[in-house]
Design a protein around this ligand. Structure first.
Ligand code: HEC
Length: 114
């Protein structure tokens, strides 16, 4: 019983820490403007430009897939682009986004699978 309470507490604290960093609603607007052309409005990888991409972006609304991607990795690929993390250079760096914008976008991406 005590174990369950501790486990639940840790889970809530972890979820809150991730949510604290970014605002998914702001992230949605940034994503629509800067990312949806390739990733699609809801991150499924079906944006207007996606047909021409090889490799195609993975489905960011796949909760199990995105859960395996760490915040640090997501931050880096968005800030520095695919080439900086060993992924395709077709994933551009988001030069116009500041750190908070990037956390907002990450919060949005993490909300997609729900
Ligand atoms: C010009 C098209 C394009 C735009 C614009 C773009 N991306 Fe990407 N993105 C890609 C491609 C292509 C990949 C796949 C790279 C790979 O798997 O090697 C990718 C991969 C990613 C990944 C990595 C997922 C994984 O499977 O590891 C994330 C996260 C991501 N993009 C987020 C964003 C965000 C956030 C924005 C907007 C700020 C954005 N992208 C804008 C093309 C784009």
């Amino acid at each position: 019983m005590i174990g369950v309470i501790i486990f639940t507490g840790v889970w809530i604290a972890t979820a809150a820490a991730a949510a604290e960093k970014g605002d998914a609603a702001k992230g949605e607007a940034i994503f629509a403007k800067s990312c949806a052309s390739c990733h699609g409005k809801t991150g499924k990888g079906d944006g207007a430009a996606a047909a021409a991409l090889n490799p195609k972006p993975k489905d960011l609304s796949d909760k199990a897939y995105v859960a395996k991607l760490e915040d640090k990795y997501l931050f880096e690929i968005i800030q520095k682009g695919g080439a900086a993390v060993g992924k395709s250079p077709l994933m551009p760096k988001a030069a116009s986004l500041n750190d908070q914008d990037i956390w907002d976008v990450i919060a949005y991406i993490r909300s997609l699978g729900k």
